[in-house]
Design a protein around this ligand. Structure first.
Ligand code: GUN
Ligand code: FE
Length: 469
C-alpha cells in the first residue's frame, strides 16, 4: 500500500494499483489528520493496514498529483518524421513523407529499436494511456504491443488497414490479407498477460486508416469484425482537410457524407475514436452524437499541416466525447501538454472569429462554443475526456475510489533534472506563494518532461525523470 500526498490531495493506493481513498481540495494542516484517520479506519476494515507498513510519499509545495494523460491518437511508426514535411498538406504529406517512413517497419529489427524508444518517450511525457496506430505490418505491430506491455503503458494498438491508395510499395496485398492480419493481431494482443486487477493493459483496436485507403469490401469486413467484438475500440481519421473530404466524396458517391461512410459499414459506434473532425457538417455532428462515438482533437497537427480547426466547444456542448491527440508526426510534439496548449489556442482563435453578439445578448454560462476553453476543460480533455473516448472512464482519468491509479507526479519547483537539451526550466518562475490555480497553470502552460517527475500506471511506477529502467 502507498499513500501519495501533497498540499492538494491525498491518494491511497492498494498493492494491486486500485485507489483506496482519495481526498482533494485540502486546506493546509488537513493532510496529516486525514492520513491518520484513514489509516485507523482502514486498519479497522480488516485490510491488514498498519501505519508503519504503509509507504508514504510526501510531495512538497510545487509538487502535486495529476491524473495520467490520455493520448487518443498518435502514430508510432511516424516518430522519426517528427518536424519533417510541415510544408505539405495532408495528402501530399502522406505520399511524400509518411508512407515512405512507415514502409521501413517491414523490418522487425527496425520496429524493435524504434518502438522501444517511442513508448519510453511517450511515457516520460506523462501519457499513461495511448491509442497507437502502427504501420500496415503485422509483425512490427506485435512488437509495438509487446513494448507497451513490457514498459507498463496502458495502450490500444492497431495495425493500419489500407488496401488501396497507398504507394506501389506501401499498400496491403488484398482485402482478405488485411483482415486476416488484423485478426491475428487481435488474438496476439488478447493473449498478453493481464495485470493483477485483471484489466488488460494493452488492447487491440480496429484501425481502418481512413476511408480513402479502404475499399468498400474492406470497410464491410472490418464492420463485421467490429460486430463480432462489441466492446472493441475502432480508430480512424475523419474530415481532416478539404482535399481529403472531396476525395472521400468522390470515392463513396452514395454515402450521405464522410461520417456516413463509416456509419454504413458499422464502424461508427460507442468506442469509435475519430481523429481530427475539423470540418464536420451539422448532420455529421448529430450522427456522431447519436452513435456515441468520440473525437480525438489533434490541434498541433491541425495547425502544422494546415488542416483546419475543430470546434471542440460545440462538440462538448452537444455532449460528444472529446479527448486530445498528439497525432505524431502530423503533429510535431508527442506531449499532451503541448497539445493542450494548442487546444487552448485553437479555441481562442475560434472565439476571435465569432461574430460580435448583439448588446442584449444573454450569454449561457454553461455553453463553450465560441469561447476560449477554460483551464478546467483543457485539463479534462487531457485526462477524463480522453478516458471517456477510450471507454475507460470508469477505470481511469481522475482520482476516484475504486479506479486504477494512473498518475503523474508533477514538479514545478524548478530544481529538477534538466531536460535533454539542458534548457532553463520554464517553471523556474514558480514561487512558494503560488496558489493551487497558479501551480496548475504553470504546469500546463510552462511544463514539459522536466516537470514530469514520476509516472504511474495502475499503481506501478513506469517512468518520469527519476525512474531508471
Ligand atoms: N489520414 C490518413 N492517414 C493519416 C496519418 O497518418 N496522419 C494524419 N494526420 N492523417 C491521416
Ligand atoms: Fe493521424
Amino acid at each position: 500500500t502507498t499513500i501519495q500526498y501533497s498540499s492538494l490531495s491525498v491518494v491511497g493506493v492498494s498493492d494491486n494499483g486500485v485507489i483506496d481513498f482519495a481526498v482533494h481540495d485540502l486546506s493546509p494542516g488537513d493532510v496529516e489528520r486525514i492520513i491518520q484517520e484513514q489509516l485507523s479506519q482502514k486498519a479497522n476494515l480488516d485490510k491488514g493496514w498498519k501505519a508503519e507498513n504503509v509507504k508514504r510519499t510526501v510531495l512538497g509545495h510545487g509538487e502535486f498529483l495529476v491524473p495520467g494523460f490520455v493520448d487518443t491518437h498518435t502514430h508510432a511508426p511516424q516518430f522519426p518524421n517528427i518536424c519533417r514535411g510541415q510544408q505539405y498538406e495532408l495528402l501530399d504529406w502522406l505520399k511524400y513523407i509518411t508512407f515512405p517512413e512507415e514502409e521501413k517497419l517491414a523490418d522487425v529489427a527496425v520496429a524493435k529499436r524504434l518502438y522501444n524508444e517511442v513508448v519510453r518517450r511517450v511515457i516520460s511525457l506523462g501519457t499513461t494511456t495511448c491509442c497507437y496506430y502502427g504501420s500496415l505490418h503485422l509483425e512490427a505491430t506485435k512488437v509495438l504491443a509487446d513494448e507497451c506491455q513490457a514498459q507498463g503503458q496502458r495502450a490500444f494498438v492497431g495495425k493500419c488497414n489500407m488496401d488501396r491508395n497507398g504507394s506501389p510499395t506501401y499498400v496491403e496485398a488484398s482485402c482478405s490479407s488485411s483482415v486476416a492480419d488484423t485478426r491475428s493481431l487481435i488474438s496476439y494482443i488478447q493473449s498478453l498477460p493481464k495485470l493483477p486487477t485483471s484489466s488488460p493493459l494493452v488492447n487491440p483496436i480496429i484501425t481502418p486508416r481512413f476511408a480513402i485507403s479502404c475499399t468498400d469490401e474492406l470497410l464491410s469486413q472490418l464492420g463485421t469484425l467490429a460486430k463480432e467484438n462489441p466492446g472493441m475500440l475502432i480508430q480512424t481519421h475523419i474530415s481532416e482537410n478539404a482535399s481529403e473530404i472531396a476525395y472521400t466524396h468522390a470515392l463513396f458517391p452514395n454515402a450521405p457524407h464522410y461520417a456516413g461512410v463509416y456509419d454504413t459499414h458499422g464502424l461508427l459506434r460507442d468506442g469509435t475514436v475519430l481523429g481530427h473532425a475539423c470540418h464536420l457538417t451539422e448532420e455529421e455532428v448529430k450522427l456522431v452524437k447519436q452513435r456515441n462515438a468520440g473525437i480525438a482533437h489533434c490541434p498541433t497537427s491541425n495547425f502544422n499541416i494546415r488542416s483546419g480547426m475543430a470546434n471542440v466547444g460545440k462538440y462538448l456542448d452537444r455532449g460528444i466525447k472529446v479527448g486530445l491527440g498528439t497525432d505524431c508526426s502530423g503533429g510535431y510534439c508527442p506531449s499532451i501538454l503541448r497539445t493542450l496548449q494548442d487546444a487552448c489556442v485553437t479555441s481562442k482563435i475560434l472565439s476571435l472569429s465569432t461574430p460580435p453578439k448583439p448588446l442584449d445578448y444573454k450569454e449561457d454560462p454553461e455553453k463553450l462554443e465560441g469561447k476560449h476553453l477554460p483551464i478546467s476543460t483543457l485539463l479534462y480533455l487531457a485526462t477524463l475526456g480522453g478516458a471517456d473516448v477510450c471507454l475507460l472512464k470508469d477505470k481511469v482519468g481522475n482520482f476516484v475510489v475504486g479506479k486504477e491509479f494512473d498518475a503523474i507526479v508533477a514538479s514545478i519547483t524548478g530544481d529538477n533534472t534538466p531536460g535533454e537539451q539542458g534548457r532553463a526550466n520554464p517553471a523556474v518562475w514558480y514561487s512558494a506563494d503560488d496558489d493551487i490555480q497558479t501551480l496548475v497553470e504553470r504546469f500546463l502552460f510552462g511544463g514539459d518532461d522536466r516537470n514530469i517527475k514520476e509516472v504511474y500506471v495502475c499503481g506501478r511506477r513506469v517512468g518520469g525523470w527519476g525512474h531508471s529502467q
